[in-house]
Design a protein around this ligand. Sequence first.
Ligand code: CA
Ligand code: CA
Length: 235
Amino acid sequence: MRAHTVVLSFVGVLLLWGLGGPADADPVEISWTYGGQFDLRIPADPEASQGWMDDAILEVPAPLVIADLDVTVSLTHPKVFDLQLSLTSPAGTTVLLNEFYLSDGYTEGANYSQTTFDDEAAIPIEQGTAPFSGRFRPLSPSALADFDGQDACGAWRLEVLDKWQGDVGWLDAYSLTITTPEPGTLVLLSLGAGLLRRRRRQPRPAGQTATHADLHAATTPARRPCRGPSGLGSS
Ligand SMILES: [Ca+2]
Ligand SMILES: [Ca+2]
């Protein structure tokens, strides 16, 4: 039996911290942050302590050429070294943010607390210590620069896999900070707000193993039209 996804809620307008003005005073590049509060169990299955969280989806409603992108994550989990975190763009590019291997030496530690993944950070995440407060480069050789040049408009997915049984957690919040070299996007952003949606899939039958590709196929959202210059003043 194929599991399928139902949309249980539309949470609505989330925090658009950049709405009052550019977060970066750079005269050429402007940075905006889209993000919000989530309440997603890790893993999603309430009967399991191992498996995928439902994807946390952030929707960027405006066409933005990405010059730089950082992602900030806060989650609660007693053993974050069980977790694999990745981010997928609307174009389908996936960047692995962090994961751990027993062969690297297991380390105890809880939570990600306002952890910002940033290619320009001085410290790689593998040299960080939970709860990873601060800025870190994604797990080498991953690079958020893989998103550079893409259009940010559309659904972004934060994907979390709990690889070990015994402990569960929650995604609390995440946000994207997008820097664009195009001052014209300021007008577009003033009309838009990031929207977050929370999706859940129905429980799978006992003994059936979920694959991430399967989950993605089941949760692919209808593409929302992104506002462009011709769409000003209309929805
Ligand atoms: Ca950066
Ligand atoms: Ca677990």
